[in-house]
Design a protein around this ligand. Structure first.
Ligand code: SF4
Length: 354
């Protein structure tokens, strides 16, 4: 294989990406202290009216606050993984899309619907994969390997997407790569190394793999999962492909959030160990009231203070910020035309593939 991909900052060993305020918000979320019931219903009712008044649709990721997910479904919006969020934004007739998730999701919505107003409860919600893949660094690698196609994960900035040949989400990464491999192509893959390694193993692709990872999925540990499996030997292990390979190797099913939800629904098994962000438990339990789900442990060697299976950036979305965004019409996603046009080509390739 060719040259090594550049190393990115090891955010797990530094505080570069996890600020004090982010940690505090995160702790508030996992301690369940976000709102009183009455306050929650009032906020939801206020937001419902504001969505109607602004002809806006609420689009939420499975990892966001359950009260936002409920509201999105209740107002004919959408709760989905990043691929379906992008598709929904493009087909809904609403003038305004309010995207609850992380920044690259708002940007993807804007790329696919440039004429629509795209708002987010906060523009500070980002992603360790996005932060670890700067466009200048990827351009450098691309220049060194002009014979390789650049495939980037959706968890990247619009700038990174604008220099990629393909954008893929975890739902369709394997299918896209299978086809490209059969065409005899070679690749640069960025930024998630675990998903990249998984694709390489499954498809035999010739890939230079970036050194990025997700702060949440990186924390799932083989030993903890095996201990839990020992206690629940009849549970199936369902894992997201951003988990380390040791976890993927012992999993009964590997898939994106929507694929995990589909699998849990379709299979007759009644118990599952889930190795992805704990936000998915809201839909898992709503859709399968008769089944039991256990959060895969994140403790063990190398675990950190954010080892709780909740994405700190997804956790920045709350009903207060959502309400304020609709009132003030702030936190709007805007992209340079040139970037948007170029990114649109690679994102549309993904949408057309589906
Ligand atoms: S869960 Fe991981 S991949 Fe998803 S937004 Fe958070 S940091 Fe990024």
């Amino acid at each position: 294989m060719g040259a090594q991909a550049p190393k990115t900052i090891n955010y797990m060993d530094s505080n570069n990406f996890i600020s004090k305020s982010l940690r505090q918000e995160h702790l508030k979320k996992i301690s369940g202290l976000r709102y009183e019931d009455e306050e929650k219903y009032e906020l939801q009712s206020e937001i419902r009216n504001l969505l109607k008044k602004n002809n806006a649709s609420l689009i939420a990721h499975y990892y966001t606050d359950p009260s936002i997910q409920d509201l999105a479904l209740d107002t004919n919006g959408c709760v989905a993984d990043s691929l379906d969020m992008a598709k929904f934004g493009a087909i809904t007739e609403s003038d305004t899309l309010v995207v609850c998730g992380v920044k690259f999701m708002g940007e993807t919505a804007k790329i696919l619907s440039p004429k629509k107003t795209v708002l987010m409860p906060t523009l500070e919600a980002t992603c360790s994969l996005d932060l670890g893949c700067k466009v200048e660094d990827l351009q450098l690698l691309k220049d060194q390997h002009p014979d390789r196609k650049v495939i980037v994960y959706a968890n990247t900035s619009a700038e990174v997407k604008s220099i990629a040949d393909w954008v893929v989400t975890s739902s369709i990464a394997l299918d896209v790569m299978d086809r490209l491999v059969s065409e005899g192509k070679k690749f640069i893959w960025a930024p998630d190394k675990h998903l990249g390694n998984y694709i390489q193993k499954e498809t035999g692709a010739d890939m230079i793999i970036w050194e990025g990872s997700c702060v949440v999925h990186e924390e799932f540990k083989l030993e903890g999962i095996m201990n839990l499996k020992y206690l629940h030997s009849d549970a199936l292990i369902l894992a997201h492909p951003e988990c380390p390979d040791k976890v993927l190797n012992i999993s009964d099913f590997v898939g994106s959030t929507s694929q995990i939800l589909n699998f849990a629904k379709k299979t007759d098994n009644l118990k599952f160990i889930i190795a992805t962000d704990a936000g998915i438990f809201h839909q898992l339990t709503l859709q399968n009231p008769n089944k039991e789900f256990f959060q895969a442990p994140t403790s063990g060697k190398g675990a950190t203070c954010i080892s709780c299976a909740y994405c700190p950036w997804m956790g920045m979305n709350d009903l207060f910020k959502l309400r304020d965004t609709l009132v003030n019409k702030n936190n709007e996603i805007s992209l340079e035309e040139n970037i948007l046009d170029k990114a649109q080509k690679s994102v549309k390739r993904m949408i057309d593939f589906v």
